[in-house]
Write a protein that binds this ligand. Structure first.
Ligand SMILES: C[S@@+](CC[C@H](N)C(=O)[O-])C[C@H]1O[C@@H](n2cnc3c(N)ncnc32)[C@H](O)[C@@H]1O
Length: 619
């Protein structure tokens, strides 16, 4: 059930019984999350309201996830698209067929999808799907087709020995099938003959689905290297930055040397991440990368992975949420709620108990250590009683969904409540540049928006969370799956603070809106330069009349239409020009001016273009 409706019902029932002010007074005396959770668990009126939606959710969860007949109907739909050469539509139907398939239906869907990948010259995905189809018990009498396709893929990839073996297997299967495939047998025999005497390779390369998937993963774009060695105390960051404390804005990251525009100073892998529900058929549930061919969970039909490797890695937490993913999404608790649950399941009770006992600051900020997540700012003391009450009920509700008897684990519920306070101020959006599939129309209203940045998930990044906000930031986040690189978009002098933008930029949001939103969600009053000097919005900012050289050049570059997924051939030269313009303007021009924003947007677009691409429709 939608949590908002549930909470409204709880508040209504409490009002009816006339106990609101007394309960609110008692709840306000709770001084820790443990006490808040105990309070909710001991409040009969709340527990009573939770029972019915929890029981309904349990009924839903017990319904079978896999269905041979549904899988067959998606596959039939895929076959129709395939016959019409609508390859992407066919893949999409086969993906749906795979999510709900089991046994032979799974094998058939993998095999059919491998045919589309083969036709699209995606040899690695085709090969991987062939092996998975065979693993799933693809019918023996049809296996010769897969072996021949496998041989073709190997040949295209330049693995002649492997191709030779596959064609020979196809030939043996055709021979044992008798006379009915006479023509096929002739053509396979001639393919084998054409290969001639191949030298048998000593090592077996890409012999199973995992090794093929490693090759697929290797071809993805990787985050850039750090500009310097890794900082021992902040392993995700370079030695160009260090952590300090300030009186008025808590912890902050500061440059230890001058940092140039474009430099990569942090590369952090998410401690935990979640994928938005609408991307479950196109993105990996675990690493958030776009994938043309997801592999399904063995048991539920609600998640897909880019590879069997990610599926195995995700088992540590997915075994607890298997079959529950849709129920969690339907609670509409938002990304922070879902991320809180994922974090807790990934961490496990024992590590949470250890973190609870170690409130003191550890010297090393290791992004893979739950302790760094545990210590994120939650602004608890500034939250109202009503806000904390709502979050405590939410934590109990979410954790009760996990338990067959609706009795939540108190330690886990307490950890979820802690994260429900810290994530709204600390979690990061994962955004990929979305490329329109062939045949679809992208947005063309602005040249740089042909490929739209699209939010596909959320992540917990403890080192990135140490960066404070400015309405005129000096760094930008660039996403590579669930890895984020921090790159400078302004010069950062030694001793200056790294400043990110929390979603409210001076060029597009009025000062009053920025201040109100930052204060509501992040509990601080922004005193950055654009706020202090009340800079105008982009549309009202002046243009560089005095520097036509800069103004015209920036305009010319920004107007270039970056239509190909890799940008125009000269994209990296353009990025270098943007950096040059930004450098010049920082020292010689009084900001704000439109050309500065244009060059900065151009550079940010280039960074996004060189990172993860999601080849799906821009909506
Ligand atoms: C993502 S954290 C940033 C790191 C934080 N300073 C810390 O100690 O963990 C966000 C919180 O930092 C503080 N903060 C961020 N930017 C700020 C700013 N420009 N001025 C004052 N406080 C700020 C607010 O408390 C906000 O909720």
């Amino acid at each position: 059930m939608d949590f908002d409706n549930l909470f409204t019902q709880i508040c209504h029932d409490l009002k009816e019984t006339g106990g609101v002010s007394e309960m609110s007074a008692r709840f306000s005396t709770c001084t820790s999350d443990a006490q808040r959770i105990s309070f909710i668990l001991a409040t009969e009126a709340v527990r009573k309201c939770l029972q019915e939606p929890l029981n309904l959710a349990k009924q839903e969860m017990s319904a079978p996830c896999k269905s041979q007949s549904l899988s067959a109907s998606h596959r039939a739909e895929g076959n129709t698209h395939y016959q019409k050469k609508l390859n992407w539509k066919a893949i999409s139907s086969y993906n749906r067929s795979l999510l709900v398939g089991e046994g032979e239906s799974l094998a058939l869907a993998y095999a059919n999808r491998s045919a589309v990948f083969h036709d699209m010259a995606d040899w690695l995905h085709s090969l991987r799907d062939i092996l998975l189809a065979l693993d799933q018990g693809y019918p023996k009498h049809l296996e010769h087709k897969l072996r021949e396709r496998q041989g073709n893929c190997w040949l295209e990839l330049g693995h002649v020995t492997q191709a030779f073996k596959s064609f020979n297997l196809a030939k043996e299967l055709l021979e044992s099938a008798g006379q009915q495939h006479k023509d096929k047998l002739i053509s396979i025999t001639s393919k084998i003959r054409e290969l001639g005497d191949v030298v048998m390779e000593v090592t077996e390369c890409m012999s199973n689905a995992t090794s093929i998937e490693r090759e697929i993963i290797k071809k993805r774009r990787l985050a850039p290297e750090l500009n310097r060695d890794s900082n021992v105390l902040l392993p995700a960051a370079s030695t160009s930055i260090e952590l300090t404390d300030s009186l008025d804005r808590g912890r902050c990251l500061v440059a230890t040397e001058d940092i140039h525009i474009g430099t990569t100073v942090i590369v952090e892998k998410a401690y935990a991440s979640i994928l938005l529900a609408e991307f479950k058929e196109s993105h990996c549930h675990h690493c958030l990368h776009w994938t043309p061919g997801p592999v399904p969970c063995h048991r539920c039909s609600q998640v897909g992975f880019c590879s069997t490797i990610c599926r195995d890695e995700a088992a540590t937490y997915h075994r607890f949420e298997c079959g529950l993913t849709d129920v969690f999404h339907r609670t509409r608790v938002g990304n922070h709620g879902l991320l809180a649950v994922r974090t807790v399941l990934k961490t496990g009770r024992d590590k949470i108990l250890i973190a609870n006992q170690q409130e003191s600051i550890d010297k090393v900020y290791d992004s893979s250590d739950y302790g760094t997540i545990h210590r994120l700012v939650g602004n608890t003391s500034q939250r109202s009683v009503a806000d904390l009450f709502r979050r405590a009920v939410m934590a109990v509700y979410l954790m009760s969904l996990m338990q067959p008897d609706n009795e939540p684990d108190q330690v886990l519920a307490e950890a979820v409540l802690r994260l429900l306070q810290s994530y709204p101020c600390n979690a990061h959006e994962i955004c990929h540049l979305a490329v329109p599939l062939p045949g679809s129309s992208g947005r063309a209203d602005h040249p740089l928006q042909q490929f739209g940045l699209c939010e596909i998930g959320a992540a917990a990044m403890p080192v990135l969370s140490l960066i404070n906000h400015s309405c005129d930031p000096n760094v930008v986040r660039v996403c590579y799956g669930d890895v984020i690189a921090i790159r400078a978009i302004r010069r950062i002098a030694r001793g200056q603070e790294l400043l990110d933008n929390y979603g409210y930029h001076y060029a597009v949001h009025e000062k009053s809106q920025r201040q109100a939103s930052l204060s509501k969600q992040y509990y601080f009053r922004c005193d950055c330069r654009p706020c202090a000097e009340d800079w105008p919005l982009y549309a009202d900012a002046r243009r560089l009349a005095s520097r036509p050289d800069l103004s015209e050049a920036v305009d010319r570059y920004v107007k270039l239409r970056w239509c190909e997924p890799d940008g125009p051939p000269e994209a990296s030269e353009l990025a270098a020009s943007f950096i040059g313009y930004l450098d010049t303007m920082e020292t010689s021009v009084q900001l704000p001016v439109q050309e500065y924003n244009n060059a900065q947007e151009g550079l940010k677009h280039y960074f996004a273009l060189s990172a993860t691409l999601s080849r799906h429709l821009v909506v």
